[in-house]
Design a protein around this ligand. Structure first.
Ligand code: SF4
Ligand code: SF4
Length: 334
């Protein structure tokens, strides 16, 4: 179902939700960088810039406590964090490449184990996507079959129109409920033309060819040249909307402390370091190979899709200029 919402009504609605105690998260300038962060006022929302990090931390924080412990004599007291205490959240202004990664994460966090920390936040969040009208040289969502107006992963989706405001389409029951609860801010279908959408320049990859090459070339001299520059900083995984590895560690003393879950990255040397001292990925090219294999082969083998939405963040942030789109293109031509 399509509706229209003016800019003023969108701001008034978001302010009303904030005043009612809802957590409203949107792209926002934070210490000089645009990030998905909770808003205090609707006017803080940045409408025209892709946030530096993705929206995944709304469901999967960089670091979170999952339990605390305390020892008194021979008694150990464990205190769980209750996922039911997580707040209801409206995640708004989400770029299509970020929203499309959410179902990718859903599959991982509900596969062999249901991660209630992720799933409860997910359940309590309504995602309002926003079409892109600008792209830069690193954007390549279209090469992966997505688009700057792809609603995948969004409950509602906004597309800016000429003269201001947005068309708003709903794609899930949650989206329908949101419109039903806040109907006075929306009007019926608008005749206004949508603004021209962004046009990422990368040609479509032949993902079947990429997968076929990866299936047969776990060992190949090409990996040395593809990955030789990677310094294993992990930045690409941390900015990625689809990367989801984490570590769990106990922090504190023998008597008192917390169990914490923190982002991890397969680019780190210690990621596969066994207690025995053996490390099956003992050289950086092996670790970068895993990044490509996981995104374009292993995840596809398991869940039937790629673990990349073409947001281009890893290209923008890599300190040594590694370009995953160029690598995948190179592989697709082999
Ligand atoms: S950002 Fe670049 S150097 Fe750092 S781990 Fe990723 S590919 Fe390697
Ligand atoms: S691998 Fe790179 S381009 Fe693909 S989704 Fe992750 S950060 Fe974006």
């Amino acid at each position: 179902m399509q509706n229209f919402i003016s800019e003023q009504n969108l701001n008034t609605l978001l302010d009303k939700l904030i005043a009612a105690g809802k957590r409203v998260v949107a792209p926002r300038l934070t210490a000089g960088t645009v990030l998905y962060e909770p808003l205090q006022k609707a006017e803080q929302m940045v409408h025209d810039e892709l946030p530096r990090r993705s929206a995944k931390e709304t469901f999967f924080p960089v670091c979170e406590d999952i339990m605390s412990y305390e020892k008194e004599g021979q008694q150990v007291r464990l205190t769980d964090i209750d996922p039911n205490s997580f707040p209801e959240t409206i995640l708004v202004g989400v770029r299509p490449c970020d929203a499309a990664a959410v179902p990718v994460l859903d599959a991982v966090f509900s596969w062999d184990y249901r991660d209630e920390f992720f799933l409860k936040r997910r359940d309590k969040t309504t995602i309002i996507g926003l079409a892109c009208t600008t792209a830069d040289d690193a954007c390549f969502c279209t090469a992966l079959g997505l688009s700057p107006a792809d609603p995948k992963g969004s409950d509602l989706f906004l597309t800016p129109v000429e003269g201001g405001g947005y068309t708003c389409e709903t794609f899930t029951e949650k989206g329908e409920q949101f419109i039903a609860s806040h109907g006075s801010f929306f009007s019926g279908q608008s005749d206004a033309k949508t603004l021209p959408l962004a046009q990422p320049q990368t040609d479509k990859f032949d993902l079947k060819k990429v997968k076929a090459w990866l299936d047969e070339h776990f060992e190949d001299p090409a990996w040395d040249s593809i990955a030789t520059r990677c310094v294993g900083c992990g930045a690409c995984a941390f900015v990625c909307p689809a990367c989801h590895c984490f570590d769990i560690v106990d922090e504190g003393t023998e008597k008192k402390g917390k169990r914490r879950k923190s982002w991890d990255a397969c680019g780190f040397w210690k990621f596969t370091h066994h207690a025995s001292g053996h490390n099956p990925r003992d050289q950086q090219p092996k670790r970068y190979r895993n990044r490509i294999m996981h995104k374009f082969k292993y995840y596809d083998d398991k869940f039937g899709q790629t673990l990349c939405t073409g947001c281009g963040r890893c290209i923008r942030i890599c300190p040594v200029g590694i370009d995953i789109a160029a690598i995948v293109e190179e592989i697709s031509k082999k």
